[in-house]
Structure formats: structure tokens, C-alpha cells
Write a protein that binds this ligand. Structure first.
Ligand SMILES: C[S@@+](CC[C@H](N)C(=O)[O-])C[C@H]1O[C@@H](n2cnc3c(N)ncnc32)[C@H](O)[C@@H]1O
Length: 218
């Protein structure tokens, strides 16, 4: 794996730590060891996965294949794909620690239709480059590298003919957050004409004071 951000930008801050995560696998491993992302499995994140699940239900056939880039601990599988037993799942992530947890979240039965791969968004290539995905999901992963939105076109060739990309980004919480750049770039990409936006949603949670923009597009 070669990908590293030359100047990692601080992504969204977590409640418990101000680590600079960027695209640094060691920093992500440390954050997962400290259980800084356990909240992603919790109630207040579930509406985000709920929207994605509904979109996947609509777009991914029952024998389809979903690619989850920056899958972390496979919370997407838990929330959206566990009950879709004919759907194959490929998750990849920079963090080996997250992938270990993902394996147990998916469980032995789920692993019969799942693959977990250690890779970065900028250098991931499917094990069989000829394979195609009905949906490629990048949820809460693009905020951490300044150049991340420029990686989106890499994924287009791996979409099935009716396949879709799903991207979500949390609204940056501070004007000086490193997440502002990718957030702006993503909005520009969705308005730029290179992609067809099929649906877009903004979610807000007044209790956690979080908000997310979500897009499904091709
Ligand atoms: C906030 S977590 C979200 C995890 C998962 N997508 C979810 O929503 O449950 C961000 C994840 O993105 C991964 N990540 C960050 N930058 C990445 C990159 N450049 N390539 C691959 N994974 C990356 C991290 O290791 C981490 O697991």
C-alpha cells in the first residue's frame, strides 16, 4: 500500500481525540484501538445508514455486489446488508484494526459472501479488475484527505451498467476544519455536470448537532 497524504489534513474532530488522521493507517489503527468510532454503530448514526440502505434496496439487485470504500468496522453491513443474504459485500480500509473488528461484525455466515481488503481510496483496485459493482459506497471517508474528491473518477469504471455511487459527508463543524475542502469539492463535483445526481438528502440531528449531506449518483 503506497497511499499516504503528503500533508495529512485534520478531518472531522472526534469527541474524544484531536488526532490527525488523514490517510495515515497507524493513526487510524490507534483511533480504532481506543474505540473512538464505536459511536458509528449507535442509534444516532443509524438514520445515515438508513438512507443508504433504502437507496441500496432500490438500486442493488438481490444477487448484486456492493463495494464499501473506507468500510471501517463494517457498520454499513450491519445496518444495511445483513438481511440481504444474496448480496455480496467487499469492504476495504486503511486500518487493519478496523478490518479485524469488521470481520467479527460481519460474522462467519456473512463472511461467506464478504471480502475485506486493506487498501486506500487512492490505490484500491478490485482483486479481479473486470468485476463490476451495483453500488460503490463512500460514507464518512472522504473528509480526511484534501485530494479525496479527485479520486471519485477512479471508481466509475467499476460500476455495473446501472450501478451507482453513494457518498455521504458530515457537515464540517468548524470553519478551520480540514473537512471543509473535501466538502466544498464534493458539492462542486455534484454540480459540475460530470455526474448525474439521482437523489440527494440532507440529514440533521439536533441532539448530536450533526448534519450530513448524502448523494446517490452515477
Ligand atoms: C469515520 S470512519 C467511517 C467508517 C465507515 N465508512 C462508516 O461510515 O461506518 C472513516 C474510515 O475511513 C477510513 N479511511 C480514511 N481515509 C481513507 C483512505 N484514504 N482510504 C481508505 N480508507 C480511509 C478510516 O480508516 C476509517 O475506517
Amino acid at each position: 500500500m503506497t497511499e499516504r497524504s503528503p500533508t495529512p489534513s485534520p478531518g472531522p474532530e472526534t469527541a474524544r481525540a484531536k488526532r490527525i488522521l488523514g490517510a495515515n493507517p497507524d493513526a487510524w489503527d490507534a483511533a480504532y484501538r481506543a474505540d473512538e468510532f464505536g459511536r458509528l454503530h449507535g442509534l444516532r448514526e443509524s438514520p445515515r445508514y438508513g438512507v443508504i440502505a433504502a437507496w441500496l434496496r432500490h438500486q442493488v439487485p438481490d444477487d448484486g455486489h456492493v463495494l464499501d470504500g473506507g468500510c471501517g468496522e463494517a457498520a454499513l453491513f450491519r445496518h444495511a446488508l445483513r438481511d440481504r443474504s444474496g448480496v455480496s459485500y467487499t469492504g476495504f480500509d486503511l486500518s487493519g484494526v478496523a478490518l479485524e473488528t469488521a470481520r467479527s461484525v460481519i460474522g462467519p455466515e456473512g463472511m461467506s459472501r464478504a471480502r475485506l481488503i486493506r487498501a486506500g481510496l487512492g490505490d484500491f483496485v478490485p482483486p479481479d479488475p473486470a468485476e463490476r459493482f451495483d453500488a460503490i459506497v463512500l460514507t464518512e471517508v472522504l473528509s480526511y484527505s484534501r485530494e479525496s474528491i479527485s479520486w471519485l473518477p477512479r471508481y466509475r469504471p467499476w460500476l455495473a451498467p446501472d450501478g451507482v455511487m453513494v457518498v455521504t459527508l458530515q457537515h464540517p463543524r468548524r470553519p478551520d476544519s480540514g473537512a471543509n475542502g473535501p466538502f466544498r469539492d464534493m458539492h462542486a463535483a455534484m454540480q459540475g455536470g460530470d455526474w448525474t445526481v439521482l437523489d440527494s438528502v440532507t440529514l440533521t440531528n439536533p441532539l448530536s448537532r450533526n448534519a450530513w449531506d448524502l448523494w446517490v449518483f452515477r
